[in-house]
Design a protein around this ligand. Structure first.
Ligand code: P6P
Length: 335
């Protein structure tokens, strides 16, 4: 049925999703629609970046002589401003903010949101796709301002998750637990239209994505698995390496074309003893999307990402995510 309805707007799909949940109050619908508006605003700014002379610099002036913000600061402010006053969120976490972010007094709602406002922002200056990643939970506390405890919930408890990729086109991919849909922004009318109904990650997986520069610092099991991907054995491999260095871009390609992405732990630096990527607003939301699309997401010691109990807002986690068969194979090396 959704297939026949290609071209519906994301707002219409969000409302239709609400109908799948009889107890829904409409707050999640409102929250997601406000997030859509934030995505449109960020997309317009990202696409202006080259002209507005805001390529990764802060304090520069744009062609109108106004002081402009770095895009990741701009994206962070845009999402926080919309979420703090929408009335659907009780507390937020952002990759850009060390502490929990409160909402406006009197506007506390039923949900929490954790987000990476502009992941991969170091790639802005070279026109590589970047993205916003978001994760939404129902609050645990009864009422009033939310707390860190409302945010530190397992990924399996997410009610919605997704990302917006700002690339050759702006595409919003999200799930509320009933499949994964992709919507492409038509900037001429300012609407996201359904372009990828019921995304399922292909079984055939041509690509692996990992930064091989760190291979000498990997665990032996990681090195052995990557070596296996380079062989042609049992009808699998050899796989082509595709690594953009922008998580949302690498993930989106693998979701649409098939592939496995790895950011494993390495022994090079203590801060990467658990990998580089963050659990709350990178690994967990993408893990919900990939599992809803028929894929898998685990750590390099075989734990399911969605089962990990978070202990702090910015904790890192090793991430192996993508086509089921290849993640199953990786699991054999990691457990
Ligand atoms: P490396 C971008 O800085 C980022 O956070 C992710 O988007 C990306 O997957 C990763 O880091 C790239 O890290 O160490 O390979 O440069």
């Amino acid at each position: 049925m959704l297939e026949k309805r290609k071209g519906i707007t994301v707002s219409r799909q969000i409302m239709d999703d609400q109908l799948l949940h009889p107890d829904a109050t409409g707050e999640l619908t409102g929250l997601l629609n406000d997030l859509v508006v934030a995505g449109k605003i960020i997309s317009a700014e990202v696409n202006m970046a080259g002209l507005a002379d805001i390529l990764g610099q802060s304090g520069k002036t744009n062609i109108q002589g106004e002081t402009v913000q770095k895009l990741d600061v701009f994206a962070n402010q845009t999402i926080k401003r919309r979420m703090e006053q929408c009335g659907y969120v009780c507390v937020m976490a952002s990759e850009e903010d060390d502490e929990v972010i409160p909402v406006l007094d009197g506007y506390e709602g039923e949900y929490t949101i954790a987000f990476d406002p502009l992941d991969g922002s170091s790639n802005i200056d070279v026109n590589v796709s970047i993205g916003t990643i978001f994760s939404i939970h129902r609050r645990l506390s009864e009422k009033g301002m939310g707390t860190e405890a409302d945010l530190l919930q397992k990924g399996s408890k997410q009610v919605a998750a997704g990302y917006i990729i700002y690339g050759s086109s702006t595409v919003m991919v999200y799930t509320t637990g009933s499949g994964v849909h992709g919507f492409t922004l038509d900037p001429s009318v300012g609407e996201f239209f359904l372009s990828h109904p019921y995304i399922t990650i292909p079984d055939v997986c041509p690509y692996y994505s990992v930064n091989e520069a760190y291979s000498t610092y990997w665990l032996d099991s990681t090195r052995d698995f990557i070596a296996q991907l380079k062989k042609e054995e049992d009808g699998m491999g050899p796989y082509s390496l595709r690594y953009i260095g922008s998580l949302v871009a690498d993930f989106h390609r693998n979701l649409v074309k098939g592939g496995i992405f790895l950011y494993p732990r390495d022994k090079k630096s203590p801060e990467k003893s658990e990998g580089k990527l963050r659990l709350l607003y990178e690994a967990a939301p993408l893990a919900m999307v990939v599992e809803q699309a028929g894929g898998r997401a685990i750590t390099d010691d075989g734990r399911r990402i969605l089962d990990i109990e978070p202990t702090n807002l910015h904790q890192r986690v090793p991430l192996i995510i993508g086509s089921k068969k290849e993640v199953d194979l990786a699991e054999k090396f990691f457990t």
